[in-house]
Each structure stands twice: as structure tokens, then as C-alpha cells.
Design a protein around this ligand. Structure first.
Ligand SMILES: C[S@@+](CC[C@H](N)C(=O)[O-])C[C@H]1O[C@@H](n2cnc3c(N)ncnc32)[C@H](O)[C@@H]1O
Length: 453
């Protein structure tokens, strides 16, 4: 028998359970810099576990390490069927990674907690990343029994909508230096009824990385639910950052288009933008100058440490270039002697293939531009043909003449967009992800057909 609280929760879930499509989840995790810039992540309204699985997928976990998986990623959900869905999704993901069923199940049970994020106590100061698509539903719509408890617990400035209560509680719960990544309706940024909430959040946070999203492609309803279009909301994705790198938030409405709209086209429409591959720790697929391995199987690499004052130093390391055909015995012997140091996430069924395959895609046979992901300002650096960029700290832009790409990145309108979109990290550094670069609108005078450039 369902008690009245379960019936109320089912009604709230029915109204608020609108799930996020994977590409938007991935883009939000990119913007949050998870996991490079995060230790522990919470989704406070986990639904069917989409955020949790995406966050786990990015972690280098040992097989069956339940404790570590549950320490790094956690989700709250109060609707039992959704809890079961999320646990199934987490468990299936871990089994795909080679975990045994009992460990996968235990981890899923610990990671997805059947718990009310608003009305029940939650630990404070242990999660430094909150990633959420919070429920939104007005106070007046809440089932009567739930509403009584809700009004008793939630502060007046956060009471008018479940969304406000979620934002307020997230700010209370996250660590002092933590980030909150949100996919939400834009109303709380603009409404007068949320001005006190904005003012309070603004004493701790700036807003970075605001992007308008398309409701039709961002959200979907759980399968078993009634058909129909998603609610008519104007969704945005943004990061609340405790650093000063974003735009200030205050009682006044937060308008979404701060800089004058740039007349141009997104960089993704005119150039190729890709993250440099990760090839594992040094000494396996990446070797020094005196490896003695056959030179025709080695490619000089470029990594973040090779960048000095805006230029690239001569290569100091080389990558083994292997493809699906078996490499010569010297390379196999080298790999057999070193592959035991490869973390699990880098292991491939074909042992001579690196964690992320690059042959056929990189290195490029023409010059391109490297963008360091972590930098004080968006900066491009010439990457000569034949040099392989490695490491997720680098993004490569290609497909246009280098001088043209460098001029685009230097344009003040492009710099301003990059600063608005980038998540601030400590000491004035920002994170310029591949997702961010793809969105930058390049003013027309830089476009290939424009004679002046
Ligand atoms: C908008 S959905 C988002 C789900 C998932 N994070 C996603 O984006 O795909 C919000 C979820 O929060 C849950 N929820 C609402 N209020 C809650 C509360 N007070 N405590 C825990 N979960 C809650 C709902 O049941 C729903 O599944």
C-alpha cells in the first residue's frame, strides 16, 4: 500500500520528471571541468540517473571499487520507480566496464539514494560539484500534505517554486569553493519573485557559461509517462561559480544576452574542433627520445608542458603510432613490458591500441592551432603539421589557414564571448573546453569568403 507521502511524491514526479538528453549532460560536465576540476559530484534530483552515469563514465575506477565510485558520485531521488531506474542504469554501466554484478549492484544502491533533498537532512560541505536539472513546480501546485512540510522547512525567499528551493539548498550544501552546474528554465534569472534568492546567491556566486538551450532537444519524458511535448520553458545551462570569472548575479533581473549579438557564424560551422587524445601515462604509448623503437612507428607529440610563452617547444616525447594491424616485435615487446602500468580506463581489447585511437585523424598533414584548455585568456598556438597533440588539456582547431584562426581567436568579440562562457578556476585561470570553442560566434570579417581577411 502506498502511503499519502508516496502518492504526493508520485504527483510531484509526474509534474517534474523531465529528463535531460545526453549531449546536454556531457556539455554541462565539460563546462564544469568534471572530473579534472572536481573531487565529488552530486545530482540532487537524479531521475533515471543520466547525470550519474555520465559522471561515472568519466572516472578512472578500478573494477569493483564500490567505495571509490560511491565516494565520487552521488544522487538523491525521492520517487521509488525513478530510484530503481537510476540504480539499474548505474549498475548496467558498471557491468559494461567489467564489474561483477554484486559489486555493480552494491555501488548502484549506494550511489543512488532514496531521499528527499529538500525535506530530509543532507550532509553539507562534501560535494564540490553539483550538477542538476532541478525540478520546477510552483508552491501553489504542491500536494497539500507535502506542502505543509515544505513550507515549514524551506526559507521564505526560496519557497515560491521547487526550483528556488533546490537552488538555495544546493548553495547551502556545496563546498565553499564548489561549483553548481544547472540546466534550468530561465525564469528564476528574470522574475521579480526570485530577486531575493538571486541577491543571496549573488553574494557567493557569479554566473559563467550561460547558454540558451532548445527545449525540444534538451529534454525528454520518461518512457512510461504520458506522451506529449515537454513543458513550454526557456531552458538555459549555466554554472554558478564562486570565482570572480563570471557575470555578477544580484536582485535585479539577469539578462541573458550581455554582449551585443555578434553577426557571424559559430566556429563549429567553419572549422574542425577536437580534443587531443589521451594516450595514458608516459612510458607506454608515449616514449622519450632514446627509446630505440623503430622511428617509422613514432610520431612527435605536443603536450601542454611543451607550450612556453605562446609558442611550442621542439618535441621531447614521441607517441607509438599503431593501427589495427599488429606492430613489429620491438613495439610489442615494449608494450608487453609496460602495459601493466596502464589504468583500467586506458586498456583496450587489442593490446597495441592506445586508450584513444588517433591514427587516421591525427596528426594533421597541415598546420593547425592548439588551444590550451586551462589558461588565463583564450589563446591559439601554431601546431606544425605532423606533430601529434596529446592530453585532454589541449584542443585542436583545423580546417582553415592558421593565421586566420589566430586572428579569429584574438578578436575582442570572440574573447568577450569566451570569457562569458568559460568556467573560472583558481588564480584567474579559466577552462576553455572544446564545447565552448564550438559555440563561439566568429564575426563575418574573419570568414573565409570575406576578401579583407
Ligand atoms: C527534472 S528531473 C531531472 C532528472 C535528471 N537529473 C535528469 O536531468 O535527467 C528532477 C527529478 O527530481 C526528482 N525530485 C523532485 N523533488 C525531489 C526532492 N525533493 N528530493 C529528491 N528528488 C526530487 C523528481 O522525481 C525528478 O525525477
Amino acid at each position: 500500500m502506498l502511503d499519502q507521502r508516496q502518492i504526493d511524491i508520485a504527483a510531484i514526479h509526474q509534474a517534474t520528471g523531465i529528463y535531460t538528453a545526453v549531449p546536454e549532460i556531457e556539455a554541462l560536465l565539460d563546462q564544469l571541468g568534471w572530473p579534472e576540476q572536481g573531487r565529488r559530484l552530486l545530482d540532487p534530483g537524479a531521475g533515471n540517473g543520466g547525470f550519474l552515469v555520465a559522471a561515472l563514465r568519466r572516472l578512472d575506477l578500478d573494477v569493483d571499487d564500490v567505495e571509490e565510485a560511491a565516494r565520487r558520485v552521488h544522487g538523491y531521488e525521492f520517487y521509488r520507480e525513478a530510484v530503481a531506474d537510476a540504480r539499474r542504469a548505474v549498475s548496467a554501466h558498471l557491468r559494461e566496464r567489467g564489474w561483477g554484478s554484486p559489486a555493480a549492484r552494491r555501488a548502484a544502491n549506494e550511489i543512488v539514494e532514496d531521499h528527499d533533498f529538500l525535506l530530509s537532512p543532507v550532509p553539507v560541505g562534501i560535494w564540490d560539484v553539483i550538477a542538476a536539472n532541478p525540478p520546477y513546480w510552483r508552491l501553489a501546485n504542491l500536494p497539500a500534505g507535502y506542502r505543509i512540510d515544505y513550507e515549514a522547512v524551506v526559507a521564505a525567499h526560496a519557497r515560491a517554486d521547487l526550483l528556488y528551493a533546490y537552488l538555495d539548498r544546493s548553495a547551502d550544501v556545496v563546498t565553499r569553493d564548489g561549483h553548481i552546474g544547472l540546466i534550468t528554465a530561465d525564469r528564476w534569472l528574470l522574475n521579480s519573485g526570485s530577486s531575493e534568492l538571486r541577491r543571496r546567491l549573488g553574494t557567493r556566486y557569479c554566473v559563467a557559461g550561460v547558454r540558451r538551450l532548445d527545449a525540444a532537444s534538451t529534454f525528454y519524458r520518461p518512457k512510461a509517462r504520458r506522451k506529449g511535448t515537454v513543458a513550454r520553458v526557456h531552458p538555459v545551462s549555466l554554472i554558478l561559480t564562486p570565482t570572480r570569472s563570471g557575470r555578477p548575479l544580484g536582485a535585479e533581473p539577469f539578462r541573458l544576452a550581455p554582449s551585443p549579438a555578434v553577426d557571424g557564424v559559430p566556429l563549429r560551422d567553419i572549422a574542425q574542433i577536437r580534443l587531443a587524445p589521451w594516450l595514458g601515462p608516459d612510458g607506454i604509448f608515449i616514449v622519450g627520445p632514446n627509446s630505440g623503437l623503430p622511428a617509422e612507428h613514432l610520431v612527435p607529440v605536443a603536450e601542454p608542458a611543451d607550450i612556453n610563452a605562446g609558442t611550442l617547444r621542439p618535441p621531447r616525447k614521441w607517441a607509438l603510432a599503431t593501427d589495427t594491424t599488429a606492430p613489429p616485435p620491438a613495439i610489442l615487446a615494449h608494450l608487453d613490458a609496460t602495459l601493466h602500468r596502464m589504468p583500467n580506463r586506458g586498456r583496450r581489447p587489442v593490446r597495441w591500441l592506445p586508450p584513444e585511437t588517433f591514427t587516421g585523424k591525427l596528426p594533421l598533414n597541415h598546420d593547425a592551432v592548439l588551444v590550451p584548455r586551462i589558461a588565463r585568456r583564450l589563446t591559439g598556438i601554431r601546431l606544425p603539421a605532423g606533430r601529434l597533440p596529446i592530453n585532454h588539456g589541449l584542443v585542436v582547431i583545423s580546417g582553415l589557414p592558421v593565421a586566420r584562426i589566430l586572428a579569429m581567436l584574438d578578436d575582442p568579440h570572440v574573447q568577450a564571448q569566451a570569457n562569458d562562457l568559460a568556467l573560472g578556476i583558481d588564480n584567474g585561470y579559466r577552462s576553455f573546453t572544446a564545447t565552448l570553442l564550438r559555440q563561439l560566434v566568429i564575426p563575418r570579417q574573419h570568414l573565409p569568403e570575406h576578401p579583407a581577411s
